[in-house]
Design a protein around this ligand. Structure first.
Ligand code: FE2
Length: 386
């Protein structure tokens, strides 16, 4: 596993030994979902999750094939896209997978070089480098396939001054619910099939120059009933983190297998978004109707001091409030973190969100996995998919 070069705030400098330099990534540019009804989905993400109207492309801007709504909250940009007729290839994606993440777009200095270098290393091309222009300048985008039908688009926007991308107009709305305090994407997790995790770990190493900096085996991620394995991939500067999960054998069906069955293939399982005040954010999300997984038992909260150890003194949050909101707490060597998971945001039990506040910890809440998965299993039981 990769060693961290030095303990620094994640910046542009390389912090992981062994990461390759051929694909410098500046950050996540946007995440695009293919959805059945982008207009209604946009309303949901504004109302429930506190996203703001940002940009729009559709019939009114001269695009006859699809409508795309861009929503923003601090550094996060979501794009919700719906086809406007039956001929669009987006329909096949929707029919097969339901609503879900199609594009994880990465902000780069040079989209042509990003495409050439990754394709040379074995990536399957999705979109050749393409220049898009309008009166605000130009953007170059290119894209490659990752797991399943999910793609990475490389976005080079240094010569662009417009709102989002050429072809989009600013989206002004009279309906503007306030932000819930979501700041940026902390990590995005991919679910892949039986025995495929190491193949995708190698793909991120070879094709993208990423390193594997944390691993969890099925002994660590197991409950009485189900298990999974996970390896966390990061780019060199630590800004982009993609854990990859695969199902493992247990007495009953793994949640990863349930996802793969309903998504009909590998795909993005969850998007973790960071906040710097999880109590405020979760109170707000609950008030707006966002559904979270059922709370861990009281005994889980009684064990927190043990789990936090030396970091317990640092913890400022009121334990009763944490428990009343069903927020989970974990720690690693460097600090602690607070996290909570929503139920899936579609009818198919596929994509969900994680809200995370890091107080120094760089892990992913391994100490919470058991409680989390028991909670997911209670939902699987109700769905008849355990
Ligand atoms: Fe996560």
């Amino acid at each position: 596993m990769a060693k961290e070069v030095k303990n620094v705030e994640y910046g542009l400098e390389k912090i992981f030994e062994g990461a390759q330099d051929f694909l410098p990534l500046l950050g996540t540019d946007y995440v695009e979902f293919y959805v059945g009804n982008a207009k209604q989905a946009a309303h949901f993400y504004k109302t429930a999750f506190g996203f703001q109207s940002y940009a729009y492309k559709g019939l009114e801007t001269g695009c006859k094939e699809y409508a795309s709504y861009v929503l923003s909250q601090d550094k996060i940009r979501l794009v919700l896209t719906t086809p406007l007729d039956s001929k669009s290839p987006i329909n096949e994606h929707l029919a097969k997978h339901g609503d879900g993440v199609k594009v994880i777009a990465l902000w780069v200095e040079d989209a042509t070089k990003s495409f050439d270098e990754t394709v040379k290393r074995g990536a399957k091309p999705f979109m050749k480098p393409t220049v898009e222009k309008d009166e605000h300048g130009e953007v170059i985008r290119s894209g490659i396939y990752t797991y399943g039908e999910t793609v990475h688009i490389f976005v080079e926007r240094k010569n662009y001054k417009g709102i989002f991308l050429p072809g989009y107009s600013a989206w002004k709305s009279d309906y503007n619910p306030t932000s819930v305090g979501l700041k940026f994407i902390d990590h995005m997790v991919g679910n892949v099939g039986w025995g495929e995790m190491n193949q995708w770990v190698k793909w991120y190493e070879d094709v993208m120059g990423f390193v594997n900096f944390l691993s969890f085996d099925d002994k660590q991620i197991t409950t009485e009933y189900s298990a999974l394995m996970s390896k966390v991939m990061s780019n060199g500067n630590g800004r982009i983190k993609f854990p990859i999960n695969e199902p493992a054998i247990g007495k009953k069906k793994s949640q990863i297998e349930e996802y793969i069955d309903f998504y009909e293939g590998p795909g993005c399982q969850h998007i973790a978004v960071a906040t710097d005040d999880i109590i405020k954010t979760v109170k707000e999300l609950r008030a707006r109707g966002v559904e979270f997984l059922s709370p861990p038992p009281h005994a889980y909260y009684e064990d927190i001091p043990k789990r936090l150890g030396k970091h317990m003194d640092m913890m400022k949050e009121d334990m009763n409030v944490i428990e009343s909101l069903a927020i989970m707490v974990d720690a690693d060597e460097e600090g602690y973190l607070l996290q909570i998971f929503t139920k899936p945001v579609e009818d198919r039990p596929t994509l969900f969100f994680e809200i995370i506040q890091r107080m120094g910890a760089k892990g992913f809440g391994a100490g919470n996995f058991k409680a989390l998965f028991e909670s997911i299993e209670r939902e699987q039981e109700k769905r008849g998919t355990l």
